[in-house]
Design a protein around this ligand. Sequence first.
Ligand code: PNW
Length: 462
Amino acid sequence: DARLHPTTELTFPAGFRWGTATAAYQIEGAAGEDGRTPSIWDTFSRTPGKVRNGDTGDIAADHYHRLREDVALMRDLGVTDYRFSVSWPRVQPTGRGPGEQKGLDFYRRLTDELREAGIRPVATLYHWDLPQELEDAGGWPHRDTAERFAEYAALVAGALGDRVAMWTTLNEPWCAAFLGYASGVHAPGRTDPVAALRAAHHLNLAHGRAVRVLRAALPASAEISLTLNLHAVRALSDSEADRDAARRIDALGNRVFLDPVFHGRLPADLVEDTAALTDWSFVRDGDLEVAATPIDSLGINYYSPTVVAAGTSASPSPWPGADRHVRFVPAPGPRTAMDWPVDAQGLYELLTRLRDELPEVPLVITENGAAYDDYADPSGDVHDPERVAYLHAHLAAVHRALADGVDVRGYFLWSLLDNFEWAYGYGKRFGIVHVDFASQRRTPKDSARWYADVIARGGLPQ
Ligand code: PNW
């Protein structure tokens, strides 16, 4: 309430959802417990040379054993919502057939605890941890994986359907398809551009099948969504060649998912750009209608913009067919510890573009945040001033989009805890709560106190 906080600069709408986000493999640990089998990320992280420092998610932030403490941290922050993901190999170890009750019970305990704390559970069904058995059977390039995903969705809806308010089918299918199967920097580490295009299609199909399953199984009040890491693409110049490079990356990074999911079609320019690689005959009659099954909102993960020009890129890259046409240009200005440019305007541009192109679709920022090195003072307080500045600038951009009529329903800060940052291991810290990975001690950083204040006042301080 702005009257109670006369120094509040930018007030967000009543009912705006303030959350934090995590993902199962990045925080849970307990990799071999209670019937859980390896996912592609267990296999990948245990393969020498794939993850920095040889780090794995075997223990991670040990959240599997510390869920009460972690929910208490969120209660102290005052968040309204918590976005977590369900580990497929924990609840359906072979990727098919019956569920593992002990795994499902973990998520029942978590959601019970959240609801007791007054926090809405937001569940993501797939945050990249495909059961290894399904990868061995062909993985996402193989059509059957989409059917397996629909069955898994039904299993989880049956176990958690009465207690989860919002459901996300997939987190960032772009990363799953193109980092996993084309550049190979994510699990399963394959470098086959055609496999990546097939994976992208089967992820769209899996999404649509899961939406149908969820819609049939869940109460009418359940919100069903999809989270994309859309690329805020800019051409370096106005030249036709640079604009064509931007068009290619927009097709491969954004429209490859947006067009099937919201319009039931493939981008014609993408099909043309990739004609030398594939005829797309793996897309069968009816698939695109399934992919376009209506959803209630779109989740957006945003970290940085992407600047491109005409040129060439080294392969293997995550951009099938674009390597001889596109050069990625380092954006000027400050960088995070990931070396990602800090550019809140990119988020504003993405939100207003989506309002123009999909005016009916409510938007949720399902991830935004930054990796920075933090430092503890002698009293033990952990300081992260750059993260506070990053978050402030990006929330101000969200506020600007709201003022321009963009329908943004909420903001989920990535991340609650320092965690396993995929190929970067534990070397990159995204948390607003510091985790000492030796003792598993949690220490809220300055950014956590700052975020709690933002939530309490319903907006940004001066
Ligand atoms: C997202 N890229 O990952 C994920 O959803 C999170 O699990 C992750 O921790 C977070 O962002 C920070 O990295 C991405 O290379 C990983 O374009 C890589 C890319 C994008 C998103």
